[in-house]
Design a binder for this molecule. Structure first.
Ligand code: J2J
Length: 543
């Protein structure tokens, strides 16, 4: 039998009461969410995209999506999946993403939002932490990887440590008759409904418990702030599992409002521009490197991008100069989004003046988002000066899943690890980061996690993984490694080692610096963090 989900650090009663009284938190659950929309918008198009099952470009109305979600629920139930079981959801962008997402939610099981690029190292960790009952997969993974083969390796690793492997569910298979669907599970709006992934800063991943009450508040407000309505056609170019395309306002915000979600198989200009033209896309969300690829391509494209109204950019810092090109090159309005899967999301508003839209990362969704900007000792810095961002509010978690309150202040503020300046208008400018994380074009990589995998190599004595500035991705991953004496393993050998460890491709260092000792400027540092900081400074000075 699976373990019960461990208790989660929730909001203190007085905060919960306030959020309820202000109608931030409501009774809607995800099971009801889709059914209500299916009643209201039955014949409107909900989701468009490739289908894993038929291999064809597919359109689902709200009624069809609801029926398909019911069939997924029936299938999961027949397979023994029960409410509150944890289920890894690992699919590329396709119509099944939506049917399986809502099918799992309807069953009351908790989706764990893994990325298509995650491999056996990450998946095994997620299975162990969440004691996953099932793993939904399909399609080829990145670089042609077969997710079924990966799942088999996960099963081997889990068995070796006495864990029960999850049941594998192929989302490309035919579904049972929706008529056999049980009614949606009766779970509460303030109970955990899914686990989102944290960018992470430590050796083991952290999972983020979110409830319908808190998440749907952020989704409704995001849809309102971003002007999402029944006429919105949203192109999903980022992996759908990311919190940004899921909720800011993302897939859920668009379905909330009766609009249409278009699943892009990849974010390249030919694919994205072709879909913008053929589906009359009005809005999309991208990370800065994707935008940087789009801008020059848009100037010479033959595709009609005239339907595009809003381009949201977030996940990593957008340079002000690039921000200024969105209007001229794409003929769309820019919206900057600075968010995090733990909660807090900031938007520049669509009617704000250009200098705020191009020069800041926006302001919080909610009047009850509490923002503190503090120094290293936790004292508030003077207004307008750089400091560490702490936040607390109606949709920001109070603790990670099965991890207590590490990463939070005693009074419940989440330590974002981001360095910001706060303007008198409340807008935040992201000025840097004070966490052991690399932001590789929006993908977050915990330095310690990669170091751990490197140190498992028998011939390395030490390893420090840091961010390396990069024109396109903002940052790439650089590993400084000290061999255990000659001959030193080559970079190719270390890449092979990491491939065997089974880590996601985006985490594999882009560059290896094989050194006898850490550089002079970095030695004598008392903590790993200081060492990483010195190495980062060194790389920055040399590029
Ligand atoms: C600088 N850094 C940013 C930005 C995120 C909407 C949008 C993004 C995310 C996301 C999200 C940034 N400028 N505009 O969940 O709902 C960095 C910060 C932050 C971390 C969170 C959403 N936007 N960041 O990126 O959980 O360092 O969420 O703390 O993946 O990304 O990463 P993640």
């Amino acid at each position: 039998p699976r373990t019960d989900p461990a208790p989660v650090t929730g909001w203190p009663a007085e905060f919960a009461a306030r959020y309820r009284a202000l109608r931030y938190w409501r009774d809607e659950t995800f099971g009801a969410f889709l059914a209500t929309r299916a009643d209201r918008h039955a014949t409107r198009t909900a989701v468009v995209g490739p289908s894993l099952h038929t291999g064809r470009w597919t359109r689902l109305t709200y009624a069809e999506l609801d029926r398909a979600a019911g069939a997924v629920h029936a299938r999961l139930r027949a397979a023994g999946v029960r409410p509150r079981d944890r289920v890894l959801l690992q699919l590329p962008n396709c119509v099944e993403y939506a049917t399986y997402l809502f099918g799992v939610l309807r069953s009351g099981a908790w989706p764990v939002f893994t990325l298509p690029g995650h491999r056996e190292a990450e998946l095994t960790d997620f299975c162990r932490i969440a004691d996953a009952a099932a793993h939904i997969l399909g399609g080829p993974g990145p670089r042609g990887a077969d997710p079924r083969a990966t799942a088999q390796r996960v099963a081997g690793r889990l068995r070796a440590t006495g864990h029960v492997p999850p049941l594998v569910v192929d989302a490309g298979a035919a579904l049972p008759e929706p008529a056999t669907a049980p009614p949606p599970a009766e779970t509460g709006a303030e109970e955990v409904a899914f686990l989102q992934l944290s960018g992470g800063t430590t050796g083991t991943p952290k999972l983020i418990p979110r409830t319908p009450a808190d998440y749907l508040y952020s989704v409704r407000e995001s849809a309102r702030i971003c002007g999402v309505g029944p006429e919105t056609v949203m192109l999903v170019t980022l992996p759908a599992a990311h919190n940004f395309p899921m909720s800011s306002p993302g897939i859920l915000g668009v379905l909330h409002a009766g609009g249409t979600v278009v699943m892009a198989p990849d974010p390249s200009p030919p694919t994205a521009f072709g879909l913008i033209e053929s589906e009359r896309v009005t809005m999309t969300s991208v990370v800065p490197p994707v935008l940087q690829a789009w801008l020059p391509a848009a100037r010479r494209t033959g595709h009609d991008l005239g339907s595009l109204d809003v381009v949201q950019v977030g996940g990593a810092r957008l340079a002000d100069a690039v921000a200024a090109r969105v209007g001229p090159d794409l003929g769309a309005r820019l919206q900057q989004v600075f968010g995090m899967a733990e909660g807090l999301v900031n938007y520049t508003r669509l009617d704000e003046p250009d200098d705020l839209v191009t020069g800041t990362q926006g302001r919080p969704i909610s009047p009850d988002d509490e923002i503190r900007v503090v120094d290293g000792d936790g004292r508030d810095v003077p207004p307008g000066t750089e400091g560490l961002l702490l936040t607390r509010g109606p949709y920001t978690i109070r603790g990670y899943y099965r991890a207590g309150a590490a990463g939070f202040t005693p009074d419940g503020f989440y330590r974002t690890g981001d360095l910001v300046r706060r303007l008198p208008s409340g807008h935040l400018v992201v000025t840097g980061r004070a966490k052991d994380q690399i932001n590789r074009g929006g993908e977050k990589i915990a330095a310690e996690e990669v170091e751990g995998h490197l140190l498992a190599h028998p011939r390395l004595r030490d390893a420090a993984v840091v961010a390396m500035p990069d024109r396109f991705l903002g940052e790439r991953v650089c590993a400084f490694v000290i061999p255990d004496g000659p001959p030193a393993p080559s970079a190719a050998e270390l890449r092979r080692h990491l491939d065997e460890r089974g880590i996601a491709g985006y985490k594999v260092p882009d560059r290896f610096e094989i050194v006898a000792e850490f550089p002079v400027s970095a030695v004598g540092k008392t903590s790993r963090r200081d060492l990483r900081r010195a190495l980062t400074d060194l790389l920055r000075a040399n590029t």
